[in-house]
Design a protein around this ligand. Sequence first.
Ligand SMILES: C[S@@+](CC[C@H](N)C(=O)[O-])C[C@H]1O[C@@H](n2cnc3c(N)ncnc32)[C@H](O)[C@@H]1O
Length: 476
Amino acid sequence: MQTSLFDHNGITSELSEIDWSFNGVDTKYLTHGLHRYPARMIPQIPRALFNTWTDKGVLSPGDTVFDPFAGSGTTAVEARLHGMNAIATDINPFACLLSRGKATPGDIDSIEAAIGRCLGPDWTYRERFIDQNHNEAVQQQRTRWGEDVYPEDLDSNKNHDAYAVKKGWFPERQLAKIESMQRLLTELRAEFDYKTVRFLRIALSQTAREISYQRDSEFKRHRIPEDERADHNPPFTETFIEVLTENVEKARAYTEKVNPTAEADIQHADCRNPDLLEPNSMDAIICSPPYGDHPTTVAYGQFSQDPAATATPLDVDQMKDVDPSGLGGRDSVASVSFETVTSWSSTLQKTRETLQANDGRDDDVLSFFTDYAETLLQMSRVIKPEQPVAIVVGNRTVSRTPIPMHMITTEIALEAGLKHQHTFARSIPSKTLPMKNAPENVPGQSGEMIADEYVLVFQGTENVDTALIDGVLRDK
Ligand SMILES: C[S@@+](CC[C@H](N)C(=O)[O-])C[C@H]1O[C@@H](n2cnc3c(N)ncnc32)[C@H](O)[C@@H]1O
């Protein structure tokens, strides 16, 4: 039996007392730290919400929480830690793989046995072979298949694209070892269940990132300068063992804490799909949507090309489809019109006028918000009346115009039938996001493109015409 968010005098003050910036905290505890992902929500946010809402009887173990924008699975991991089921969606197949790996890492004994197998005598032999014959073997393969393709890439259902992603981004010998380990993990599927092998793939992907020439502090593909590459030569096997050791410890601690009856169902889907979830079916929603179209804010698909090419059975081509199909991307078509969405949000209408006056990208911004509005309609459709919806958003500037996403979100959410509860501001000193975009228009914010974030809390209501929303979401 659930009680209303309003029935408890303490709830507003309790949430208001939280310092939502969480400066200096460890954001990589348990499986949250298995692998990087761009614009990850810090786990302290869902944890604080779950703790408060369970304390106050708004949520109980066994309830189901929805995260429309799964990313790396932060909400799903925390949901299971609080004994709750999670349903999450993402259009990025790598995000789904990672979320599943973090929320349901698999049996630790089996993982340890698989590590023993993949780093056993067979690997020692393969590694020695690569060390002794690498240059010659690579040369033979390239001569046979042409400059750009390893035959194994073709064999393992990869294509030109996978090699094109890797070429020039790794010390060559380490790349040969990464590829050899990737094939070995595929072979291990004959002996071990998919969760076990997935866990190892996630560690291999993280290892590949550490070994690559990718700049560590950036999520877009940027390499360290050419003259620094000769000195960047981390050993493959030692790095892989380090990542595996740390990841196993995190997964073991998570498995000990998590409620084994709580489930995580992560679906590769657009969250607006009305066939995914029944109206009024979710006990809570906790999410962090993209803050703009992927290519000009955070390119989740571009980031995921490397994990696809180096460690997983995913196709690089699929990753190239992710950014154009994200909210506001060129492949995403909303049935909500520019006129409708600006009539729902006066702040968006004013922003549109300012962008037009600044000769800015008003159509791009509007395209994003028509798609985004539909995700809010979906949230309002699936949340049970009275139950909480938390949305973490950030503000950016486009063409020197600040986009107040927290206000636009609130206005559209009200139109969608949600009731506004709280807006909490937070600073994000450590988040890796695009920098340096028109600093002069974000007073006091020293040049970040996304200057700060807000935790917005809403509540489902009875006044939602779920049939009407269903119609809008189907009309695409
Ligand atoms: C800010 S990230 C989410 C981060 C996540 N909370 C975490 O902690 O890792 C936004 C995610 O939304 C996904 N996304 C974009 N458009 C989507 C859509 N229409 N449906 C589902 N997911 C979408 C992106 O692929 C990206 O992974």
